[in-house]
Design a protein around this ligand. Structure first.
Ligand code: FRU
Length: 550
């Protein structure tokens, strides 16, 4: 028997191998159940705390042998995922947003229009409680409304991504769909992090072949928190941007973007770090993007640990954009930073060019580390935002729901109100709807739009005239991780025009043609289908127009 087969047998068989690590030339098998180790395993060293068997072969394994072990693990993971990705009823599950059947989802990945179809991937941790071993699940669509599930695109099955296929983007070439992602690996008792930037390709847009790391080393002075590749064209070559954490000689950590260049997508040389003009701006930047919209170059990224603009926002995570310039020498400079979304739950967005050239965006409607939520009872967590289209106007980004989403609208309902009154109730009979209305700014006091309400549980959108701000208050929703209030300062008394997209356990609120957006997970019971309009003074309500969304 070949040595490798002997080892697999000693581990208790193929099904008992959870993970493979390559620590220098040592081969480390992590087992599902250490009790299945056979007596033959005694000749190798075994760590019971890590459930890992280590073998230092006389001859290093060939790439084919490493690949073979990866295939064994992929087939175990395929079985695991096929057993659990079955539809299960959940009152909180959105009707039309992307959400998992089971498990936890996070960042959208590889969003791209390729050979006549949109492709969208996102990170899935199939087990709850999970171990952050992200898989990339895969959906395609021709209209941005109807999405078709494809086989899982990437499993965390190989030595270079065995603790998670982390986030990244895609490139469409004439022949292939090319995925770039971060391979995340944790080694030893201290779980030392190792990150490489990896590539996988597909000729049919469905089945992907991994080619492993194309960037194996970290940039100088950068910690292993270096991830989330975005690849763009600059003239005659490619650039890769990575979210990075720079460690200064005094030990201080600073978020930056690391830049590489390549002529062929496989061989990359390091260019440098970008973002110095932003100064001290958080300890880590994640999930960069770089794109043109209406003639403006923009870079989105997620800085952690920046000062908050609001007393209500006290978590370290933020997500926003800066105006960017990129010269022919690949010097990227970033200036100014604005939050992309003023709600609770918006992170790690990706953009893609639509077939007609519009710039589309989709984000994760969830936040890192916030995992205790009512949907946990049904074994799933988080959803993605709706697809939005972006515009650059008046020196800032505007976001609107992609116009394609109008195809989901059922019959139009119009509710008119007479006379100034203090309270109105409308039962929309669903928690998945689109609502449009307009408010004149009140002179004093508060005017409230109460959403997803059953009398006991609800979420309030409040025009707080006395404090010149708009509030989103979810303190009367079912208990859940996450903060309870968000605000937008509203100092000019301007009218507030609203477009609300609701979907079972989420709200996305677009204000004044998308100048501001608030995204939120909002858990209320299934019967919370009322909308209330509440004012402290008699108030003239403008008509409400709504559609149920299916
Ligand atoms: C952002 C993030 C990324 C990383 C991914 C792992 O939510 O932390 O930086 O690639 O999640 O799932």
């Amino acid at each position: 028997m070949m040595m490798l087969d002997k080892l697999i047998a000693a581990c208790g068989g193929k099904e008992n191998i959870r993970r493979i690590l390559r620590v220098e030339e040592s081969v480390v098998f992590e087992l599902v159940n250490s009790e299945k180790l056979t007596a033959e395993a005694e000749e190798w060293s075994f760590s019971s705390s890590l459930s890992q068997l280590s073998w230092h072969p006389d001859e290093p394994l060939t790439e084919q042998e490493w690949h073979r072990i990866g295939q064994v693990i992929e087939s175990n993971q395929h079985k695991l995922i096929s057993d659990i990705l079955l539809p299960a009823r959940s009152a909180f599950r959105p009707k039309w947003h992307h959400a998992p059947q089971q498990g936890l989802i996070n960042d959208p990945n590889g969003f791209i229009f390729h050979q006549g179809e949109y492709h969208l991937f996102y990170g899935l941790d199939p087990l709850i409680p999970g171990d952050k071993n992200r898989y990339w699940v895969h959906y395609t669509s021709t209209d941005l409304v109807n999405w078709h599930e494809k086989p899982v695109a990437l499993y965390p099955s190989d030595w270079f991504d065995c603790h998670g296929v982390y986030s990244g983007h895609a490139i469409s070439t004439e022949k292939e769909l090319v995925l770039f992602y971060t391979g995340n690996v944790r080694v030893g008792e201290d779980r030392d992090r190792m990150t490489t930037q990896c590539i996988a390709t597909s000729t049919d847009g469905i089945h992907f072949t991994k080619s492993g790391p194309v960037i194996k080393e970290l940039p100088p002075g950068v910690t292993p928190h270096c991830r989330d590749p975005k690849v763009v064209r600059n003239g005659d070559h490619w650039l890769m941007l990575l979210g990075a954490q720079k460690e200064n000689p005094d030990g201080k950590l600073q978020g930056r973007l690391a830049m590489y260049r390549s002529d062929d997508l496989y061989n990359w040389s390091y260019v440098g770090l970008s973002g110095d003009k932003m100064g001290d701006f958080g300890y880590m930047w994640e999930c960069p993007d770089l794109y043109q919209v209406d003639g403006q170059l923009i870079s989105n990224f997620c800085p952690q640990g920046i000062p908050s603009e609001s007393e209500f926002h006290n978590i370290p995570h933020h997500c926003g954009y800066a105006q960017a310039t990129l010269d022919e020498n690949d010097q990227l400079s970033l200036e100014g930073f604005k939050e992309l979304d003023h709600g609770f739950d918006f992170y790690a967005p990706q953009t893609a060019a639509a077939a007609d050239g519009r710039r589309l965006l989709i984000g994760w409607m969830g936040m890192p580390d916030e995992i205790d939520q009512p949907s946990l009872q049904d074994n799933w967590m988080h959803q993605l935002t709706c697809i939005r289209e972006l515009h650059w106007k008046n020196g800032r980004l505007y976001q609107n729901p992609a116009r394609e989403l109008q195809a989901m609208r059922g019959d139009q309902h119009q509710v008119e109100f007479t006379g100034p009154v203090m309270k109105q109730v409308v039962d929309v009979a669903s928690k998945s709807f689109e609502l449009h209305t307009r408010f004149s700014w009140p002179e004093t006091g508060a005017v409230t739009l109460r959403l997803m309400d059953n009398g006991k549980y609800y979420c309030d959108f409040i025009l707080d005239a006395d404090n010149q701000r708009i509030l989103l208050d979810r303190s009367r929703t079912l208990p859940s991780d996450g903060e309870l209030v968000r605000e937008i300062l509203w100092e000019n008394g301007q009218d507030v025009e609203l477009q609300v997209l609701a979907d079972s356990s989420s709200l996305e609120i677009f204000i004044n043609d998308g100048e501001y957006v608030l995204s939120a997970r909002v858990f209320t019971p299934e019967d919370a289908t009322n909308i209330q309009l509440i004012s402290e003074q008699p108030y003239c309500w403008q008509p409400l127009t709504y559609w149920l969304l299916t």
